[in-house]
Design a protein around this ligand. Sequence first.
Ligand SMILES: [Zn+2]
Length: 181
Amino acid sequence: MRRIGLTILLALFATAASAQAPHQHGHGTATMTFEGNRLAIELVMPGADIAGFERPPQTPAEEAALAGATAALRNPVGIVQLPTTARCTVAEAEVTVEGYEQPAAGAAAAAHTEFEAVYVFKCADAGGIRFIEFPLFDKFQNAQEIEVTVLTGRGPTEYEVTRANPRLDRGNFLLRWLTGR
Ligand SMILES: [Zn+2]
């Protein structure tokens, strides 16, 4: 499993996850994989949490809200924060927005909308990632909780971060993945 590319691994996991029930508003998911000095995080958030509404925009204000939310997610700074000691830089940041298209005449709009962001960080000292902070709760007032799945060669491990406790902090758990201990 460690030999599979990060984004392929995330895509496989996301495909499995998307077969599940529709999302619950306020609740997002983050899936993480770690390979060498690269950390990949895939964030999937309900449209209600990020843009504040889940239907095609109907006013210029809603258009602006949608564009602003998408732009905010495109910059991982302020969304996910890693310790400065790890000296990480953003190698990739991609955002996919789903469900906001105007439906074809006679068709219904999507029942739910989602934002998906994939971030890849390259870290000079990956062992320095002793916690991961989620400042996105400050940016997006409707977001309440994120279920975090950490994928390693030994399988998935589940964590949770919340508005009240936005820090994923399990000592040097990331270092343990790196070294396999
Ligand atoms: Zn929804």
